[in-house]
Design a protein around this ligand. Structure first.
Ligand SMILES: [Mg+2]
Length: 377
């Protein structure tokens, strides 16, 4: 599990040099389309359909993001504003609003968190999700990715593209294949071939300087890279050598590392009609307990603290917690603790709008021992 793992250079983990483990993972890379520029076009209808650059037009200004209309003129992020203006004279510059982008980022993170706690953000608008095990118990990562894209569109009026694959490297490449507003899947069967055909400068982890150096060594495609042995790659690229060696084969064992150590696993539900009866509250909590417990079982994580959250019809809320000495060992046990927290609030003075169950004081009790055999992405 990522929590507590020693930090190392993400391209040089020792695990990459040894042969890859057998477990098939389901990784999604979500990437918002032309993020800052799209937010500006969303909030100002006059900018829609027009070439927009987020940034300042001053002599030393740099484009922070370009709308798709601007990209058609060859304008892209990190380009000097002067160059951008020359390429596209009608380019509209708008100042950035990072507070708004951060707020949208929190919205999409909240959507991700409903599916998995294993979220590794790369920036405000991009993240890896490990959904091999997920809070919804869904089999297909592709279905999860489509749901997430639909939710992002509904809740933010913005589009995101998704890449689905069996490792981070390929998921990131996949999200780029059908932009904007697209989804692409790279299966274990096609991964190695897919990499062969790609130019190495498209690889995550190969920056412009490395791409130049590779070109000098006659390496321009994945196939070129694959034809070089590990010793050669280590000689020329040091610690990154093994990473390049394995990605050329479609292999990348890097874990999805959440930026925060996971502190809780939770599920909640807003009811169509406010709840007043204890029986109805129990019925509403049952699937939430099952969801949390399923995730515990699948991930080998256990917890000692159960928290019940109650949001009332007037939107005020309370939480009630109980911590036990030994980690909770079953859904039934979690249900009993929830019951202890729930029954004292009945009969309630007002209707219940939402109930939530969260497990915290977490510990990893075992490794995920059995490899998942569900190969479909
Ligand atoms: Mg993006």
């Amino acid at each position: 599990m990522p929590a507590g793992e020693p930090e190392d250079d993400e391209r040089s983990g020792g695990a990459l040099v040894t042969s890859p483990a057998g477990r098939v993972r389901k990784i999604i890379h979500i990437d918002m389309d032309a993020f800052y520029a799209s937010v500006e076009q969303r909030d100002n209808p006059e900018l829609r359909g027009k070439p927009v650059a987020v940034g300042y037009p001053e002599a030393r200004g740099v484009v922070a993001a370009a709308s798709y209309e601007a990209r058609k003129f060859g304008v892209h992020s990190a380009m000097p504003s002067v160059t951008a203006k020359r390429k596209c004279p009608e380019l509209i510059f708008v100042p950035h609003r990072f507070d708004v982008y951060r707020a949208v980022s929190r919205q999409i993170q909240a959507i991700f968190a409903e599916y998995t706690p294993l979220i590794e953000p790369l920036s405000l608008d991009e993240a890896y999700l490990d959904v091999t095990e997920n809070l919804k118990g869904m089999q297909l990562a592709t279905e999860i990715a489509e749901e997430i894209r639909a939710r992002i569109r509904a809740e933010t009026q913005l589009t995101a593209s998704a890449g689905v694959s069996y490792n981070k490297f390929l998921a990131k490449i996949a999200s780029d294949q059908r932009k904007p507003d697209g989804l692409f899947v790279i299966t274990p069967k096609h991964g190695p071939d897919f990499v062969q055909a790609l130019p190495v400068k498209k690889f995550h982890g190969v920056g412009p300087a490395t791409a130049e150096k590779m070109k000098g060594l006659g390496i321009e495609t994945g196939a070129d890279l694959k034809s070089r042995d590990l010793v050669f790659l280590q000689q020329h690229f040091g610690k990154s050598g093994p990473y390049f060696y394995w990605i050329a084969r479609g292999i990348d064992e890097r874990e999805v590392k959440p930026d925060r150590i996971r502190k809780s696993i939770g599920a909640e539900d807003t009811f169509r009609e406010d709840i007043h009866e204890l029986e109805a509250a129990r019925a509403g909590l049952k699937p939430l307990i099952d969801k949390v417990w399923h995730y515990c079982e699948a991930s080998g994580i256990r917890g000692k603290t159960v928290t019940l959250k109650v949001k009332w019809a007037d939107f005020t809320q309370i939480t009630r917690s109980k911590t036990i000495i030994a980690p909770i060992a079953s859904a039934a046990e979690m249900g009993e603790i929830v019951e202890l927290l729930l029954s004292p609030i009945f009969p309630p003075a007002k209707g219940i709008r939402l109930l939530g169950v969260t497990l915290s004081s977490l510990d990893q009790v075992d490794d995920r021992s059995e490899p998942q055999l569900a190969l479909a992405l």
